[in-house]
Design a protein around this ligand. Sequence first.
Ligand code: DGL
Length: 270
Amino acid sequence: MNQRPIGVFDSGLGGLTAVRQLRRLMPSENIIYFGDTARVPYGNRSRDTLLKYARQDMGFLRGFDLKAVVIACGTVSTNCLEDLQAESSIPVIGVVEPAVRRAAEISSARRVGLAATRASVSSGAYERAFRRLDPALEVYPLACPLLVPLVEEGRCRPGDAVIETVAAEYLLPLREREIDTLVLGCTHYPLLTDVIGALMGPSVALVDVGAEAARACRDLLSCRDELAQRPAGSVSCYTSDRAVNFQRLAATFLGEDAAVPIQQIDITKY
Ligand code: DGL
């Protein structure tokens, strides 16, 4: 048993979709969440900038005596995971490997699509991970930069003409590739499951990378006998921009009604 908290960070609010999955799988865990709302989006930035930001995010979380860190951000996971793991004394879990394992497990056609940010796609991290696991598997990566701002505007429900038009335009090439599995490689995309699911059709399975990272975290802690034991765990949120903006959307991403404590910090000090 280990009662220390799990740290989770993301470029902004989107990572709360991973927290939602962590809470579902491990309701006894205490979670410290940092969302870099002052510097979101990360998805179009260079690797150098991403590494600088990610090191500061880890530096802030280091102050909480954590037992593990989950990088909920697809963009940081694809660009900086190895560096952050090498610099950390506790386990650091990214979203790529767990999602790739899951997609390879369920794809019978061996044709998998990847929807993610520009920086994630250009890193080539998913292709490398798929190749390590199964070189015969074909991967079709696709950058969808407009989806994140639309989700942040709350445009994520079926029937919303704007998100449906943009998603249909983006996903058309993947539909033509006849994939049977689509990795939703970005924190915000789980909120588009209904929209994307309807566009891709029932023959395409969707992989939620936050859910897979949460499962990997649970398996790791269980294997190390480090799961917490308490009646109910808590979530404490920290942001780098005004907490009121965070509060507005947090409930949607987290899927919980109860308000979570949110505090603003200066991330440039770390
Ligand atoms: N958190 C980012 C990711 O999962 C999406 C938002 C951004 O571009 O910062 O890749």
